[in-house]
Structures are given as C-alpha cells and as structure tokens.
Write a protein that binds this ligand. Sequence first.
Ligand code: GCU
Length: 604
Amino acid sequence: MKSFILFLSLLLLVAVPSVRAQQFDLITNLDGRKTVSLDGQWKTIIDPYESGYYDYRYEPGANGYFKDAKPRTKSDLVEYDFDTSTSLNVPGDWNSQSDRLFLYEGTVWYRKTFDYHLAPNTRLFVYFGAANYLADVYLNGQKLGRHEGGFTPFNFEITKLVRDAGNSLIVKVDDKRRRDAVPTLMTDWWNYGGLTRQVQLIETPATFVQDYFIQLQKGSRDHIAGWVKLNGDKPGQRISIRIPEARLTRSFMTDAKGYAEINFDASLTLWSPDNPKLYEVTIESETDRVQDQIGFRTIETKGTEILLNGKPVFLRGVCIHEEAPFRSGRAYSREDALTLLGWAKELGANFVRLAHYPHNEAMLKQADRMGIMVWSEIPVYWTILWEDRGTLQNAENQLAEMIARDKNRAAVIIWSMANETPVSNERLSFLRNLIEHARNLDATRLISAAMERHYVGDTTTQMIDDPLGEYVDVFGCNEYVGWYDGLPEKADRVDWKMKYQKPLIMTEFGAEAPFGNHGDSLTRWTEEYQENVYQHQLNMLEKIPFLRGTCPWILMDFRSPRRPLPGIQDFYNRKGLISDHGEKKKAFFVMQKHYQQLKTAGSN
Ligand code: GCU
C-alpha cells in the first residue's frame, strides 16, 4: 500500500510541473548604465497546446522551441521556424496587436537574435520590465530561469552564455489564469499577455552597484538612512554617496557580502506636490558609478491624520489602470505616463492609486517629477488561494520586486497589500505575512489595503471594522453607493463609522457612462447619472470626519472581459471620468471643481 501511495505522489509531481519562479538579484537602476534595447519586432510562435515545451506525454521535452532549431539536412524534421513566423512588437501586449489574439490566453514564444561583443572584465544581463504572466527565458538553447508575476521586473545574467554573434534569446510567455496564481482566475481588467514592457541588455563592471536604498530615516526630516549593495567578486570596497547640490559627500565601506549601511545628516529641500524637488545622487564604488534623481520627504500618520513632511495632507486622488490612452492595450511608455498623469493633474489630483498591480517604471518616475503622490499595489485581488504556501510565496516575491524597483521614489507614499479580499482567518494571516514582509523591506512608507466594510444591521450606517485594520497604517475602502448599492441620492443618507483611530482613504467610488451618452440624471449609463452619483457622493464624503483622501474609480475607461454590454460597454468598464479617447465626461468637471475647492481651502 505504502509503495503504491509513493508511486502515486511521484506521478503527481511529474504530472503537475512546479510553477514557482527563481530568485534573482534585481538590478534596480539602469540610468547611466551601458544598455542595449531589444525592443522592436520579435519573432513569435503562438502555442496554445504548449507543444513547444511538452511532448505528447505532457512531459517537458528536451528539444522544445527554446532550441531555435533549423533542419540541417533535407531529411531533418523540425516542425517550427521562428524565421518564417509572424512578429509582434515589444514592448506590447499581444491582445491589442492582432485580432486573432484579442481574446487569447495561453503561450506565445518570443525570439530575438542579437550580436554582442562583451568587453573584458565586464558582465552582461538581460532585463525585462515585465512579462505577463509566467516567463521561461532561454539564451542559445540554455534555460536562464523562470519569472512569475505580470507586473514586476526581472533580470538574468548571461555573461558566460553570450556569443559575439548570432545569439538567440527566447522567452516562453504564458498568461493562462490559474486558481493558485496572483492575481487568481477573476479580475475586472483585461489579461493583456506578452512582453508588455522594455527588454534590455545591461553591461556592468565585474563588481557593480546592484541595489541601494537612500531615503530619509522614518520620522526624520534631516537624517538619511539606507544601504548600498555591491554585486561581484570584489564585495569589500569604499563607496561614496554624493549629493552635489546639497554639498554632501559621505563615504562608507561595504562588507564581505558587498553590503554597507549608510547613515548621515543632511539638510535638504523636501519633496512635496507643490515642490517636487529631486536631487542628483551619485553612488560610486572603486569599480562602478550610478546616478539617480531622488526626492526626500517624510510620510507618517498621527491618529486620523496623514502627515507629509510633518504637515497634515488630504490626498486628492484618482485611480488609474495601466491602460494605454487613445490606443488601448497595456500602457508602458513615458508618453503614456505623461498623458495619464497630465489628466490627473488637470483633475486637481495630488495623488494617484495605481490599480491593482505595480505600473511601469516610467509612471513612477513621472509621478516623482510631477509631484504626484502614489499608492502602489500588488494584485492580491478578490478571492486569492489564501491557504496555498506557493501563492503566499508568489505574492511575497511580487511585493519584494515592487518595493525593490520603486523604494527610492519619493512619490510612492503607500504600499498596498490587497484589494477587496473577503474577511477570513486564512486571509488575515496571509495579509499579515505580507505586511510584515513589506515593513522589513521598507520601514519608511505607509502600509494599506482596500478593505471591507458593511452596513450595521438594516441601517444606512457603514461600519469599517475589518480585522486587518489592526495591522495597517491607513485604511482604504471601496464603495459604490448609487451604482451597485441603491440610487444616487442614497449617499445623502449614508454615514460612516470606523473601529480604528486611523485615516481613511475612500479608494473607489463612481458610476458608469460611455462618453456622449446623455439622458436624465436617473437613467443608468448616462453622463447625467454618473454626474448625479458624484454630486451625492461628495455630499456623503465631506461628512466623514476621519476621511483623509478620495480616489474616484477611475480616471479613464479600461478594457475588461467582465463588461460585455453591447453599445455601452463593449468590453470596457466605462467608469472613467475620461473616455479611452480622452473625452472628458460631466463627472470629470464635478470632481475637478471639488478638488479646486479643497485646494483653495488649503488641503495642500
Ligand atoms: C471593484 C474593483 C475594481 C472594479 C470596480 C468596478 O471595486 O476593485 O477592480 O473595476 O469595482 O466594479 O468597476
């Protein structure tokens, strides 16, 4: 009996390949490094049955498409050919590039060939801004590794594998949704698949500045605390941190692991929406030098107040999905960021909630420059498989990668662990693990999540007593009074209570209307109905004593497979204040006027 059970479990192991990703040392700043972009057309093979990876016994094959094989003789049997296959643009999701891939979820193989002459005493890495969802990466037929998660960067070292000419870089990208994944099966956004962000080669010295954290110490406005990490065969080096504009140069020694804590006083102009001051910071070691534009500010809470640089602040926000304005598909460029954040500024926002996953780096750097505070979130969304250890590890990885990439961005003030997750003990312990992980990685920022609330009995009192509230710094709550919950005027009768003495951000509220659809203010799907919802919402929100921020859902209409209504939604969630073609709806001006009034009233 025992041997039979052993045989069964071995069978299972083989049958269900483990999907977990490899750990790797993320290179966090590419600015000023020698990089080669691999963007552009990539040859692709669409492989719904993954026959380029598994054989007919559903076993991973040794001669998969990653071999980039060519028939050597006229009798050779090779059943794929990248050279004669179609191409897709990178960066870019595959769904918006070809009608036949619009609804496709599965595997697509990407191949890029390149030549590269590596200088002596240097190293080479291939860096991906993101790949949705599961990426297996190969160079010249060798597996480099696997990355799981569609919205965070990863890199692999190729120093020993790269050739002077004819390199074949192949990526198997699989965006199939899975119950144990993060996000899980159901989301209200389009599952855009592919190499959705930039791909680059990065050349570094043999020992280089791989990562660093340079921010003000928690609670201090004049003391910098952080660390620098070198990667290479000369880990112990003297490093210097220079901030020329502040006449600051400090030097430290890295230890045998290439790590140095840094600590020093600094008198700096603090970053804020009104004055998004960024300093040029140079980190130099004996063998390498990187530069960054870093802002310095403090963010804390005190009772129900959120304090920016020690002063109470009201977060005039708006939610944004990473949907490309005007062309739809996954946004990825600086132009996309300029357009989206430009509209947020026009609305009067000093804060954006980047939903529901880490957006591209261009968005964060633009927010830094424009003085827009940011809520950044990992896609722990709705009903995640809380009990699954692999799912937790995956969520922790995505959290660590999000923080690794954006921890030096002054604009980021809040790390969000989750959105609308149902209260349960398993969920609580899962999210507490994430919160602890986040606090260990970055003690300087606020922790939050978009949490649950409920009506008290059959009254119109909303109670916020989600047990997760104990462990966060700021509360986020989503509510749709007037849309999913009653008619617009109901908001006038709703009041809010909270169990905790903490600040609340109303992280979602709103209603749907395609631009240009008009009618009376009680006719659903009209701009007038949406406007009506906003007017009553603002009446309700203004009465909440512990409210310290608002984030209407959402800045711009975005694609969602859950929104089929013909002639109205057509696979778009139409809760945007702006259409996907940049047309402003009536509700946009209601919010703009409200934010203008808040600004004039000194909500800074
Ligand atoms: C939810 C959810 C969003 C969704 C929105 C909606 O609250 O967080 O992702 O798009 O509601 O229903 O429009």
